[in-house]
Design a protein around this ligand. Structure first.
Ligand code: 5GP
Ligand code: ZN
Length: 119
């Protein structure tokens, strides 16, 4: 069995606050939110990060963005509905980029003004 904490969340061994799930992806609230809305979207398949995705994973990673779009719309963050709104999608790839959990995840951040550059 994988020791990966996100795989443990997928198996229900670590509790999480679910936002969305389907046969390919799972989304839940980050345990340490850095914005009023901070959701993690992960594939059910263990991939350590974008840097280790293979060609066969292209559609799966695209699906994570589709899920993010849907959640953002459900939470009324989408500028498609209200042009003053917005959200940020972040993927940290590797330690220098701040990745701490090596199971690919998309951060969906919203509910406050975002600054640039990040980090
Ligand atoms: P990274 O730094 O790898 O891009 O993001 C990992 C994220 O996972 C962090 O924002 C961290 O707060 C979150 N996280 C780590 N462990 C847990 C956990 O057990 N449950 C939940 N819900 N989030 C976690
Ligand atoms: Zn994993």
């Amino acid at each position: 069995m994988s020791e990966c904490i996100f795989c443990k969340i997928l198996r229900g061994e670590i509790p999480s606050r679910k936002v969305y799930e389907d046969d390919l992806a799972y989304a839940f609230h980050d345990i340490n939110p850095v914005a009023p809305i901070h959701i993690l979207i992960i594939p059910r398949k263990h991939l350590s990060g974008v840097h280790e995705m293979s060609e066969e994973d292209r559609a799966l990673v695209g699906h994570l963005f589709w899920v993010a779009r849907r959640i953002a719309e459900d939470l009324e963050l989408s500028p498609a509905k209200d042009p003053t709104r917005g959200y940020r999608l972040v993927i940290n790839s590797g330690p220098q980029a701040g990745q701490t959990v090596f199971h690919l995840h998309l951060h969906l951040l919203g509910g406050r003004e975002m600054t640039w550059p990040p980090g």
